[in-house]
Design a protein around this ligand. Structure first.
Ligand code: SF4
Length: 255
């Protein structure tokens, strides 16, 4: 099991850093990022290193310095709270992003940690949105949910639309959690995939971000402008807030 070293007291954390959010509804905001190791999916476009070379947790401090302090894994809640407390001193962070990998693999750890953070800093989860069974204990303590809907034409994986539908409905019903959707799309998105989005996202006011795949080698967006315009037109028939946004943190060359 990828999370066999995780408990409600500690979890394998790859890195913690303070940077600029590059995707979705809060692009441009300063955040603290906690990146967990490991994911249960294997998206073809994934650019996230799943384990650090040292196997230790790397904390960039001060932000932007490229200097890292190493902590032994798994990292305890108390240690992580100390690291977060230090990084809060930089840039007045808007919120704290738990990302990965897949952060909900560490649902027991998060359900113990988030209640201690949310009173002082909004909590933000970046998730594949595919494991509704792991969500329930964490959801009451999530301020913002950035949920993917995975297109098989881009991931190369099997359809996960039914799991997405359950995940979306659970989150939508928890009114205290702000929810938006991210669609990573390639040049060959299928009509059936757009139809699936319409079935999953039952509230047309939910913000949706179309994010073109960035080539892992050339670092260039792989979807043409005409396709992106067509995709936006397609979704705008049903949804009120459809935006197209590449990964802006890569343009800024920040973590
Ligand atoms: S869900 Fe995210 S972290 Fe996991 S393989 Fe896909 S892109 Fe990578």
């Amino acid at each position: 099991m990828v999370n066999s070293h995780a408990t409600e007291h500690s979890a394998p954390v790859q890195e913690v850093f303070s940077s600029i959010q590059g995707e979705g509804l809060y692009a441009g905001h300063r955040q603290i990022f906690v990146r967990f190791a490991h994911c249960h999916l294997h998206c073809a476009y994934c650019d996230t290193p799943m384990t650090s070379a040292s196997g230790q947790c790397e904390v960039e401090t001060p932000p932007g310095s490229n200097q890292r302090v190493l902590y032994e894994n798994p990292v305890s809640i108390e240690t992580l709270l100390e690291i977060i407390h230090e990084l809060r001193l930089y840039g007045a962070p808007h919120s704290i992003s738990f990302t990965g990998g897949e952060p909900l693999l560490y649902h027991r750890f998060l359900s113990a940690l988030l209640p201690r953070i949310q009173p002082v800093l909004p909590t933000y989860i970046e998730t594949s949105g595919t494991q509704p069974e792991l969500l329930k204990p964490v959801l009451p303590f999530v301020s913002i949910m950035a949920m993917d809907i995975k297109f098989p034409s881009a991931t190369g994986e099997a359809s996960l639309f039914e799991a997405h539908r359950e995940f979306y409905e659970l989150t939508r019903l928890h009114r205290e959690t702000g929810l938006f959707i991210k669609l990573v799309v390639g040049p060959n998105a299928l009509e059936a995939e757009w139809q699936a989005v319409e079935k999953i996202v039952s509230d047309p006011a939910t913000p949706i971000f179309i994010q073109p795949v960035t080539d892992l080698v050339s670092r260039q967006v792989t979807v043409s402008a005409s396709d992106l315009l067509r995709y936006q037109e397609r979704l705008s028939r049903h949804f009120e807030h459809v935006r197209v946004l590449p990964q802006t943190h890569k343009m800024l060359a920040v973590l």
